[in-house]
Design a protein around this ligand. Structure first.
Ligand SMILES: C[S@@+](CC[C@H](N)C(=O)[O-])C[C@H]1O[C@@H](n2cnc3c(N)ncnc32)[C@H](O)[C@@H]1O
Length: 174
């Protein structure tokens, strides 16, 4: 009985921490759909051995899909505690080699990235644009789900398709 109470307390605290983080960052946890992930991977030009970052990786689905299908070195950052735990559970269940870090990606250097994926809100993306410009090596590709990254110029935009339910996808190169 006491163990159950402790577990409920831990879950409640994690839930509150997750809600607070989402409120402070103003980026809710909204996972990318499977068909969208497959389209992004198809369009990304990812090659085996490249370093693929998902900034705000949610439950890790995009990372794990990319790592499994293209054998990239996949690294994700997630700051919301419960969502991070979901990502770790998914990694264990799928036997993925993706690395998932409980960390604010603004505190990480992006120099190692070959391809960056993000599904974030415009205000955070605008801040990220400055970081990408100052840290990423020439040729690094950046893919944004749904929102344009103010401050970067896309070389390709796949427009939202009502039929296939693929949202607008933005592609950038540093
Ligand atoms: C819209 S979800 C997208 C999740 C995943 N990338 C996907 O496409 O399925 C955005 C995630 O980014 C996380 N996030 C937002 N800002 C972050 C930051 N600065 N550092 C780490 N994670 C962040 C949020 O907690 C949320 O889970």
């Amino acid at each position: 009985m006491e163990i159950l109470l402790v577990l409920i307390l831990i879950f409640t605290l994690l839930f509150i921490a997750t809600a607070l983080v989402s409120l402070i960052l103003r980026v809710p946890y909204v996972p990318t759909k499977k068909r969208v992930m497959l389209e992004i991977i198809k369009q990304s030009g990812l090659k085996e051995g490249q370093t693929f970052l998902d900034l705000g990786c949610g439950d890790g689905r995009m990372l794990i899909e990319a790592e499994k299908s293209t054998k990239v070195n996949a690294i994700g950052y997630e700051i919301a505690p419960l969502v991070y735990i979901l990502a770790i559970v998914r990694k264990i269940l799928t036997g993925s080699k993706a690395k998932i870090k409980f960390k604010n990606f603004f505190n990480e250097n992006l120099e190692k990235a070959d391809v960056i994926f993000c599904y974030l809100m415009p205000a955070e993306l605008e801040k990220l644009a400055k970081k990408i410009k100052s840290e990423c090596k020439k040729g690094t590709r950046v893919i944004s789900n749904t929102f344009h990254i103010q401050g970067l110029e896309p070389f390709k935009v796949i427009q939202k398709n009502e039929k296939t339910k693929i949202p607008t996808l933005y592609f950038y190169e540093v």
